[in-house]
Design a protein. Structure first.
Length: 219
């Protein structure tokens, strides 16, 4: 399915939802809804069937970063590992994480700021045996992950499967606006067999968009 074809299919869906009672959506609105639908499809497949999104997943491993950004650490005893050389805003999810020392491998458990602060308030202030923590709030915009290991463990390698966002669906000229930094027409890089699913999810999103824009405001 091309971006023109999915745009036409989406117009039919939206026409049915609004029963012809709402103005047609502009290309930017359609592009946002279809892109969001594609991303929701990927998020569901991360949990159910990753083989269908294998082109979005890359296995990554790296060694610790040096001292220049040590001051950015949340935990002074943690280890910093660079994320792949893509924009951190392009990373949808990090999976199958592990870190290793010279003699042992540890499963990485992501924890948020609230969970970390709670852990630090307890006498047992480090990960359980054979585990380590990734401090989620440390890597949002920095381009690295911060890993807290077991006491005394010198972490030498970080491994993970990185899931990137699918390419946005742009159904027409939307300049000067962009969707995930793109403004020229294009189709998603998800496999064609997922295109009907994208439209199915877009139906739900479009219905909510219609209700929010034309019904709930009383117009």
């Amino acid at each position: 399915m091309t971006y023109t074809e999915i745009s036409t299919e989406f117009d039919i869906i939206y026409e049915n939802i609004s029963k012809g009672g709402a103005p047609g959506l502009i290309p930017y609105e359609k592009s946002v809804i279809l892109t969001q639908a594609a991303e929701k499809v990927v998020e569901s497949l991360v949990m159910t069937d990753r083989s269908l999104i294998s082109n979005l997943i890359s296995v990554y491993s790296t060694t610790p970063l040096g001292s220049p950004i040590v001051d950015s650490k949340i935990n002074p005893n943690s280890f910093l590992f660079a994320l792949p050389a893509i924009s951190t805003s392009s990373i949808l999810k990090i999976l199958l994480e592990s870190v290793s020392s010279a003699s042992e491998e540890f499963k990485v458990i992501p924890i948020n700021d609230e969970e970390y602060n709670l852990a630090m308030s307890k006498p047992y202030r480090y990960p359980r045996r054979r585990t380590s923590w990734r401090l989620i709030d440390s890597q949002t915009t920095t381009g690295y992950v911060e890993i807290v290991g077991r006491p005394g463990a010198v972490l030498t390698k970080y491994k993970a499967a990185i899931v990137r966002y699918p390419s946005p669906i742009i159904v027409g000229t939307i300049t000067p606006q962009t969707v995930r930094g793109v403004s020229t027409p294009q189709m998603t890089d998800l496999i064609p067999s997922l295109h009907p699913k994208i439209l199915e999810v877009a139906t739900t999103l479009a219905e909510q968009y219609y209700l929010d824009k034309y019904k709930n405001d009383g117009s």
